[in-house]
Design a protein around this ligand. Structure first.
Ligand code: NDP
Length: 282
């Protein structure tokens, strides 16, 4: 109990000491958001637009991107451009960065958010799918980060990585997905240290999200679990604030941080809870 009370006090202290967000800082900011045709990425595009940013959005479906870009323009974006790209391709990630840097004249924020579709089921030995998902969810992030680093350095910019609680804690039915998120946390955690040691201008924020009510996520877990889902628009706003205030981490909702700690402190209990959070009978 004492431990839990101290943890809660520590959390409140961290929340209070978090730097305050000034939405004016995003007016005219040059932003690239990936995976922005639906879900959290789409919501981020709308928030950036309301703040008067200049945005480039990307995903595979050109028609949907066009509609999102039009809505961004109507919400107040200074610029709203789109480029269709498949992150499974080796060349598209670089081309997207080139397009954004050229059209916006540089970059202040790059928010890497896209994920490829992956089945929600027990691991069935599909190594090829895991390899493909690694390219989409992980290697494309690495490519884009490297390609954008010089521009971000020039602008004292920020790199924002959208990760997951499943990048800190493994869970059943999503082995390939969880692997890609662990890889992201490892790679960008290391890069964060290296940039700090080199006294780089670029900040890296890694966002750990719990279950969010996007259509894609809800389609997977409906009827399978009662874990509460949090609103995509609020998750999106919190990610943007984290990048704008150059914080290293976001845990959304807040208790995801407690959950990540519990897996090391109370491993058996955590495993029991995880395995009993899903309706499954062999
Ligand atoms: P969605 O599935 O709703 O959106 C995924 C986006 O990625 C879409 O815009 C999709 O557009 C794009 N995409 C898919 N495949 C490719 C590809 N091969 N190349 C380029 N773009 C692609 O995801 P969410 O909004 O739910 O999740 C967003 C982020 O939040 C992800 O990083 C996810 O891991 C993280 N997260 C989400 C949680 C949740 O519960 N929703 C929980 C924890 C983390 P298109 O089909 O047009 O290509």
């Amino acid at each position: 109990k004492v431990l839990l009370a101290s943890l809660c006090v520590a959390f409140v202290a961290v929340k209070w000491s978090a730097p305050s967000f000034d939405s004016e800082s995003l007016r005219g900011a040059r932003v690239l958001v990936t995976g922005a045709s639906t879900g959290i990425g789409e919501q981020m595009a709308y928030h950036y637009a309301r703040f008067g940013a200049q945005i480039v959005i990307t995903a595979r479906r050109e028609k949907v991107l066009q509609q999102v870009a039009e809505k961004c323009q109507s919400l107040g974006a200074q610029k709203a451009l789109y480029i269709a790209a498949d992150m499974a391709s080796v060349s598209d990630p670089d081309q997207v960065v080139d397009f954004a840097v050229e059209k916006l004249g540089g970059l202040d924020y790059m928010v890497l958010n896209h994920i490829g579709p992956s089945p929600f089921r027990m691991w069935d030995g599909d190594v090829e799918h895991t390899r493909w998902l690694m390219q989409v969810n992980f290697f494309s992030y690495v490519h884009m980060a490297w390609k954008a680093l010089a521009s971000l350095e020039q602008s004292k910019g920020s790199l924002v990585i959208v990760s997951s609680l499943l990048g800190k804690m493994a869970s059943p039915f999503v082995a390939p997905y969880t692997s890609t998120k662990f890889a992201l946390n490892g790679f960008f955690g290391a890069l964060h240290h290296e940039l700090a040691m080199k006294k780089s201008n670029v900040s890296i924020s890694i966002c750990t999200l719990g279950l969010i009510d996007t259509e894609a996520a809800m389609d997977k877990v409906r009827g399978v679990t009662n874990i509460p889902a949090y609103p995509a628009t609020d998750a999106a706003l919190n990610i943007i604030k984290t990048g704008a205030t150059r914080q290293t981490d976001l845990y959304y909702p807040w208790f995801t941080q407690l959950v990540t700690l519990s897996k090391d402190w109370l491993p058996s209990l955590t495993s029991y809870i995880i395995q009993n959070s899903y309706n499954y009978s062999p």
